[in-house]
Design a protein around this ligand. Structure first.
Ligand code: UD1
Length: 358
């Protein structure tokens, strides 16, 4: 069979790595990079590190307003899909690249498979929520990472083509996770002491584009008694400079600002952290899998199981709540298996073969 996979943003590169490997054992894959992420540290670094095949097409759309960016992807993706005539289009997650892939496949009547289907924050103010809902309703085949995702889709009337496969990020993580010794070496090199620092990532529009939220989170970090390791997403850096917080962070002795990290470094930094502070979906889940407590600076999450089990705390972009939760942090005793066995890629390809009848 011939699959056309659409990727464009950092977490999609990570998810594509194990799937591409599995697809290419028996099938042909056309890999399309929309160009949504284009900096070395946001894109190429992951292709090199995870040995992701070179994209067959790079649409080079770059950044832009949501409408313009998605429209540019649609205009450039359509001729590629028309020419390639794949048996199915595969999309991941909830970015604008996901939305573009979904719309093109639906318009061209090509079966559409959505990986990480059924996730919901129930907050339509988030661009990702809009993308997910549209992608799920246009998809024919839904690969869900959790029971909750399956239930969410059923509640929305999507009852066929549902497959619970676990989380594909777990596959990727298992492939590359550094050993305890390697992790120790990596964090020592950065002058860090295990379990005595916070690992922080902030990039969601609702935090970066709202100066009050951004200031509240940054003030909490500055006043924390822990060392803070903060790999800065390019949009966050731009916004921090706009609201004049960048220099203050640089002057703060406990804050270490670093560029976006590769996947191995990111996993190493998370696994030895005292806690992770984030607004990313993927990192909430990674922190859970690595048994590091997480504070999520959002009001809701799609990964509700991490909160129910006590490993993740929704603190919102709220300085007081963040610091109070940090001060009272305890490790839960139970750590149930929430995300499968790290075999999602193998299960997905098997289901695709059966579903598409080849
Ligand atoms: C996107 C996804 C988000 C995902 C995240 C992973 C959407 C709506 N959001 O958010 O779901 O969690 O990717 O990182 O698709 N920029 C650069 N260089 C780059 C990429 C971005 O400088 O390589 C800057 C640009 O100023 C750009 C901004 O970051 O305007 C935002 O990038 P964009 O891709 O629109 O959204 P993300 O915040 O990365």
């Amino acid at each position: 069979m011939k699959f056309l996979t659409v990727i464009g943003a950092r977490p999609q590169f990570i998810k594509a790595a194990p799937l591409s490997k599995e697809i290419r054992k028996r099938h042909r894959e056309i890999l399309v990079h929309t160009g949504q992420h284009y900096d070395y540290g946001m894109s190429r670094q992951f292709f090199n590190e995870l040995h992701i095949p070179r994209p067959d097409f790079n649409l080079e759309v770059g950044s832009g307003l949501h409408g313009a960016q998605t429209a540019a992807m649609l205009a450039k993706l359509e001729p590629v899909v028309l020419k390639q005539k794949p048996d199915a289009v595969i999309i991941f997650g909830d970015t604008n690249s996901t939305l573009a892939g979904a719309l093109i496949a639906a318009k061209l009547h090509i079966p559409l498979a959505h990986i990480e289907a059924g996730m919901r924050s129930f907050n339509r103010m988030m661009p990702e929520e809009v993308n997910r809902v549209v992608a799920d309703h246009l998809s024919n085949i839904h690969f869900c990472p959790t029971d909750t995702a399956v239930k969410n889709l059923k509640k929305e009337g999507i009852t066929s083509g549902l497959y619970l496969v676990g989380d594909i990020m777990y596959d990727a993580m298992k492939d590359i996770l550094p050993s305890k010794d390697q992790t120790a070496k990596m964090i020592k090199k950065m002058d860090l002491v295990a379990k005595q620092y916070l690992f922080v990532t902030i990039h969601r529009a609702e935090n970066t584009d709202n100066p009050d939220n951004l200031s509240s989170i940054m003030e909490a970090l500055i006043s924390s008694d822990k060392k803070v390791v903060f790999p800065v997403h390019p949009r966050t850096e731009k916004k921090l400079k706009e609201v004049s917080l960048w220099n203050e962070l640089k002057r703060s002795e406990n804050i270490l600002l670093i560029p976006p990290q590769g996947y191995r470094e990111s996993l190493a930094l998370q696994s030895d952290a005292y806690a992770v502070i984030t607004d990313s979906g993927g990192i909430q889940k990674e922190a859970y899998l690595l048994k590091t407590p997480c504070l999520t600076v959002r009001h809701e999450t799609e990964w509700v199981e991490t909160v129910k089990t006590g490993w993740n705390h929704l603190v919102g972009p709220d300085k007081k709540r963040l610091l109070k939760t940090l001060a009272k942090l305890k490790l839960p005793s139970a750590h149930p298996n929430l995300y499968g066995q790290g075999q999602a890629a193998r299960l997905i390809v098997g289901h695709l073969e059966r579903h598409l009848g080849r």
